[in-house]
Design a protein around this ligand. Structure first.
Ligand code: URA
Length: 434
């Protein structure tokens, strides 16, 4: 096969065969095809697009470029969950214990935060003693014993995606739906679960800003997941404003615990029972998504989901007493408040700006190797459509750094829009694709 001919074929609007796609992906991963030729192909794909078969072939070529986690020893239908990324999105900390309490085995590998988005692993590690680096054998044994384990990425999952994603990032080719689908789905398919529930975000804090684009992405990911043999369901949900009130690491864990106690914010609770319900349905424990949701609500009400989180914390070396005593978390050195400059209603909170404020306070990292401050973050005392008076505290920043808190304060002040009357309500859950 000729590399130039494959590039030219896509440049001229042709459809690539599975063999051509595999040749390109394998050659690039092995270092035989240079960056400049992969860049040319990516731009040709970006402009000319890929059809369903090409996207499936690309996904499977990337999936097979590295390890595929084998969870077959664990009985039952294992269900994974993925969010395309949001600010204050602590739903994994809530839906994983709910689904496990409903009998769905959860063997989950999660990521760390980068830039202004947080990661489940950083959040879990804010619990004193919690270990996210289990050996595979222990990971599997724990799921056998208590039905749930959540760890950091151990396997060499989809190395082709790592290389291609880094190139897309610097060649203006990130925002193509087939490239996003193959990138996300290759990693999810390699993670070993039998079914996948996707939360595809739209709005200012999401990388697919419009609902229409998020819907297209959701439909494509569901199609590719199912074509690759895993039951896949997606929800398209709003990410214009942050989810819940807490953004950071330990602050998000506390909010997740409050939600599991039935005292969480309405948006987090609504999204969590929806996603957990879909997981219970995908895991074969409910006949319909509605029945799955009813079971999820029940697990929240009867306390079994909270007990499951406590079991998870204990099994991974953490101090489960944090669930009853939040002062056991590391405390921030500084607290700074943001004050409303006028009377009115909060009509918008720019999710991306809140994520940046939290990162500046110390909760996020600029580069992969940076450390995060587990107690840093932001708490939104006022959310969309809540009334405020001039001088009210609308938000609070937690940090160990004077300069970090100052920069976060500047960004967070700008993140709020306050008007005379409330904004039109917008639905949190836009669509379910199955
Ligand atoms: N997240 C991914 O993992 N890949 C993309 O292409 C976009 C977001």
């Amino acid at each position: 096969m000729h590399i130039n001919e494959i590039i030219a074929k896509k440049r001229d609007g042709g459809i690539l065969s599975r063999a051509e796609i595999e040749y390109f992906v394998n050659g690039y991963t092995a270092g035989m095809i240079p960056d400049y030729q992969m860049s040319a192909l990516l731009m040709a794909v970006f402009i000319r697009k890929m059809n369903r078969d090409e996207t499936l072939a690309l996904t499977e070529a990337m999936l097979h470029s590295g390890d595929i986690v084998d969870l077959s020893e664990i009985p039952g239908i294992k269900v994974d969950k993925h969010s395309t990324g949001g600010i204050g999105d602590k739903t994994t900390l809530i839906v994983a214990p709910i689904a496990a309490a409903c009998g769905v085995p959860i063997a989950k590998m999660s990521g760390r935060g980068l830039g202004f988005t947080g990661g489940t692993v950083d959040k879990l590690e804010s619990i004193p003693g919690f270990r996210t680096g289990l050996e595979t054998a222990n990971f599997i044994r724990q799921v056998h014993e208590i039905g749930i384990a959540v760890i950091g990425q151990t396997a060499n999952v989809a190395p082709a995606d790592k290389k291609i994603y880094a190139l897309r990032d610097v060649t203006a080719t990130v925002e193509d739906l087939s490239l996003i689908t193959s990138s996300i789905m290759s990693k999810k398919l390699a993670a070993g679960s039998d079914a996948i529930v996707l939360d595809v975000k739209c709005g200012r804090g999401a990388f697919t800003e419009t609902e229409e684009k998020a819907l297209q992405l959701a439909m494509q990911m569901v199609e590719i997941g199912n074509a690759a043999g895993k039951k896949t369901i997606a929800a398209v949900t709003d990410m214009d404003c942050p989810l819940g009130r807490a953004v950071g690491n330990s602050v998000e864990v506390i909010e997740a615990i409050e939600t599991l106690k039935g005292k969480g914010p309405a948006d987090i609770t609504e999204l969590s029972v929806l996603l957990a319900g879909l997981m219970v349905f995908c895991g074969g424990r409910a006949k319909t998504p509605e029945d799955g949701k009813a079971q999820a609500v029940q697990a929240l009400r009867n306390g079994t989901a909270l007990q499951k989180l406590a079991q998870l914390i204990t099994a991974q070396g953490g101090d489960a007493a944090v669930a009853e005593n939040y002062s056991l978390f590391k405390q921030p050195r500084l607290k700074r408040v943001v004050i409303a400059q006028r009377d009115g209603y909060v009509t918008g909170i720019d999710a991306r700006a809140v994520g940046i404020a939290s990162q500046l306070a110390g909760a996020g990292r600029m580069r992969k190797e940076d450390a995060v401050d587990s107690s840093a973050g932001v708490f939104l005392h006022k959310k969309r459509n809540e009334a405020v008076g001039r001088g009210d505290v609308i938000a609070e920043i937690f940090s160990d750094s004077e300069t970090g808190a100052e920069s976060a304060h500047e960004v967070l002040t700008e993140a709020y829009t306050i008007d005379d009357s409330p904004a039109a309500e917008s639905a949190l859950i836009k669509r379910i694709i199955m």
